[in-house]
Structure formats: C-alpha cells, structure tokens
Design a binder for this molecule. Sequence first.
Ligand code: PLP
Length: 229
Amino acid sequence: MNINAPIAQRLQEISLNIVRALKTAQRDDQILLVAVSKTQTPKAIREAFSAGQTVFGENYLQEALSKQQELTDLKLDWHFIGPIQSNKTSAIAENFSWVHGVDRFKIAQRLSTGRPDHLPTLNICIQINVSDEASKSGVRLQDALALAIEIKQLPHLKLRGLMTIPAPVTDKMIQHTQFKALKDCYVNLNNHGLMLDTLSMGMSDDYLIAIAEGATIVRVGSAIFGARN
Ligand SMILES: *Cc1c(COP(=O)(O)O)cnc(C)c1O
C-alpha cells in the first residue's frame, strides 16, 4: 500500500482487493465498504466522495455531527461505529442509518425510542466480543442469541447482523479463528430464525482475512485516508 497515494487511488486498490478476495473465497455476493472517517477532515471525505465512496463510519458523535453539517450538499450514508453512551442514543438514532456497536438491550431500546417516525428503521449490528478479554466491549458469543431475540422485537430497529473488533494479533491463524467465531455465531442465530444478513468485520489490517471468513461489511479507515493523528 502506497501511503502517499491520493484517496481515490487507495479506494480503487481496496475495491480491487475486495473483488479478488471474494473471488478467492468463491463468493458471488458483495461487500459494503464503510470508509471510516474518524479524525479525518470534511475535505478528505469530499475527496473520497468524488471517487465514488458514499458510506462513511464515525466513532464520535460530536465530531460526526459537525462533519455532517459541513457536508449536507452531498448524499452520504453514515454508520455509527463507536462506543454508545446512553445519553447520546437519540442523537445517534436521528443522524445515522446504521449503528454497529450495540451490546446492551437498554441501549437498543433507547435507540428504538429515539428513532424518528419519518425515518426508515435503524439498521443494527450487535457487537460481539470474540476474543474473551474481560475489558473489551461486546457481548460474549454465548449471550448473542438472547440479546438478538430481544432486539428483534424493537419497532424502530432492524437487526441486520453482528459486528466485532477482535483483539489485535499478528498471527493470521488467530485472525481467521476470531472472524470464523463471529461467522459461526451468525449461522447459529440464523438457524434460530433471526434472518440476519450482515457480518461487519475487518479493518485496514485484516479486511481480506475477514472477507475470506464471510464478512459482508468491512470498516476501513487508515488504508483509505492514511494514518490518523
Ligand atoms: C477506527 C475503526 C475502524 C477502522 O480502523 P483502521 O484500522 O483505520 O481501518 C474500524 N472499525 C472501528 C470500530 C473503528 O473504531
């Protein structure tokens, strides 16, 4: 990856990599690339938009809202991918089309209540902790089904799937294993009738491995925009 390449060129490279990874995995479905624009400027987002990228992911509400304000002339689709504080749920429900990091029913309930009637249902991914570290957010694999069944009932939400941020490791085998754990959980939930269609997994360093294991959404930041400060 040439870190000096302009955003358009990096986006093109990533798209090609995605197509190749799908082919290698003998998959004929598609990947949604979420461009993670946290800490990046509105100018950088405009540059990505000019290259055809319309879906962006943000982690911090205030930062996201201020960028959205500056970019109202563009037709963009915003995914909230950061940790969710309960006092921010209304603003998140009002200003995003997807929320990836839901790991508590109370948060899901507040997002549903906060979703305005005139907007389509808010797309939700349950965040799963596949690495079993006590400190990390996300529900444990064995608790995913119960939470999914509860969230599925909420009127203004559409439960789409599962999301994970695995523990950072360099061992590729472990990376595969972590993503496979999320895929297995997804298959299990669908066997229980949850009708999920989304696996949100894979970032700049591991999105190709995630695609090999079944990702349908990859969330890529620094490989598009360059290193964050
Ligand atoms: C920052 C972030 C990303 C993107 O990370 P990169 O390594 O820059 O691609 C993806 N998902 C989440 C939840 C993030 O916080």
